[in-house]
Design a protein. Sequence first.
Lengths: 176, 547
Amino acid sequence: MRLTRRDAVAALAAAGVAVGGATLLSDSPEESDESPLDDGTVATLVAAAEVLYPSEVEDIDSFVGRYVRRRNADEPARADAVTDTVAYLDEYTDAWFDAAFADLESAERDDAFRRMSVDTADPVPDGDDVERVRYYVVNELLFALYSSPTGGELVGLENPRGNPGGLASYQRGPQS
Amino acid sequence: MSADRDRTPSPRVDVCIVGAGPAGALIAERLADSGHEVVVLEAGQEFDFDSRLDRMERTIRPAHDGLSVWEMGGERDAYSSTGEWFYPLNVARVKGVGGSTLHWQGMVMRLHESDFETDSRFGVGDDWPIDYADLKPYYAEGEQALGVAGASDNPFAPPRDEPHPMPAFEPSYSDSLFADACEELGVTMHSVPNARNSEPFDGDSKCVGYGTCKPVCPSGAKYDATRTIDDAREAGARVIDQVPVQRLHHDADGETVTSAEYVTPDGTTHRQEAREFVVACGGVETPRLLLLSESSTYPDGLANSSGLVGRYFQDHLFAGTGGVLDERTRQKHVGFLTSGTHQFYDDPSVGTDQGVPAADADRADMTPMKLEFFNYAGPSPVEMALDGETWGDDLLGELREGYGNSIAMGGLVGQRPRKDSYIGLDPSTTDDHGNPVPEVHWRVDDATERAIRRANEIQRAILEELGAEITWQVGPEDTGPAYHHMGTTRMGTDPDESVVSPRLQTHDLDNCWIAGSSVFVTSGAMNPTLTIAALSLKAADHIDDAL
């Protein structure tokens, strides 16, 4: 199932980022220029999403790229927190796997998350390193996916909470 | 528009209103529109509308405390719960311009005729000094003011003379699953009136389906009292936020209120003088303010000659039953209800010939109830994902397993008024201004518990007819309040037995008026805000006359 620009707009809306459709739906270079996240940080988040998202999801890189760049565009403090958290992720995998997170094989990335116990960590934006990984990386990316129409459709809910998907879907049956 | 940054008082105005929730807002708008000079003093802040998407994220992501959505809690909002049943006060209210309508569900039904006459009809509770006919025109005005989407398809509703301002929301797919079971059992379903735009209304968009209505609607399609506050401002009212009123002062004879003393965020104390004062702070803070305003003339609290300020505290109680079906039920697309049944409201003891058994108790042994068919049963996938301990394909498998087949009914049950259920002051704890915090001493009676059991019984019958496997039930042992604070400055004609007159004027002080659910005599089982609106519009007429 393909993640689209529409999904990114919806996920951003759920994350409190009001996006003029034209801004995000265009391929203009301004889209990336306005983000305080560097390309390496974005690439690491894409690599994380490749593990966190189910295998049937496609176009993860463009979806995550659009989402995280715009999400942090007007919030420098938040962008700094994301950058620091991603840096910790790289430090961790460098120590344990001798490579940056994004350079690991998919199974190793999964292993890294579990080894640091992010699966059972509480999401705490100002918590310890692992709690911040849970908040700024794992939950951030899961929130983006499952509040989007395509993420919802994976579960059979095309208008998930947080998505302004209109008033038609609640009236529809499962076969329509 | 934003709140007035100049927080100094106006020269003596016609009307000073304490509280910018729906009651205060409606009175402010009406009186300002009639040409009166109005100042509204609000303890909480005026929230930026553009922050609502951010507040919605806080409701969905588990990292954020629910109280953080509307910034409740802390020393400002400290309270004590001392009754037999714990009362979670701060999740039950919002302080701010708009009041608790900022986080409400938006359900707007009229009380039934019987709610005003429980003593006459059933020999229980007390009669109101007004009846449904007195409120009927104000209900219609209230529906217009709040923007209600509804239909005249409810055979159990009290009489009405005009359609709702907007058409009702269409029934959900889930409603259609209930329809056959209800028909089999002789239970009549009907639409639910919503203070939520089913079409563009008065400059606000139609509902776009964010699904987070309670506690935040980012689109503004759900009514909240900020809309009315905006109208009040346009009509000339002045609204000052973050100015908690500490006490009301009266004249030497104790016949009129002279000023409202408030504190600004920088700690400065001011007094706003006015000809008329309206206390519209909800069912908890209204009696608290009156009790805090004690004086040598009124040693037990302002307007409290009866000793009943704070007494008869009531809420509605939730009754629910849910389970799973072996088919998809399409839940969680929207955050509001579209169908219910009020068939058992006036007499919960009656069964149906087709299979709902009669109760083994009389009407007088139970309180009224309304039943609803949920559109948001079971877990939300996005919240499950954020709370999960896995990801990738494993997580998706868990979400598919957990979401999709849930089905549930809910309902509210009324509470019988009892004097020993009350809001008082707890001098052992003080708020951020050194005032005793509210003491919530909530008690529930046997008739209410019996009605909850009865609601469960009917819900079970319907869900079993539907073929559901019932997996949970919320009954008398684990019920909780619906966050509808009522009864604490009750209305009546006898000054010894009530706090306000049928005109909503306190018996003790001529220029002191009370608006809101605190004046309810009985609770009924309908969500109270439409009745709050109707009573407030009635009060506005009386205050206008007085001016």
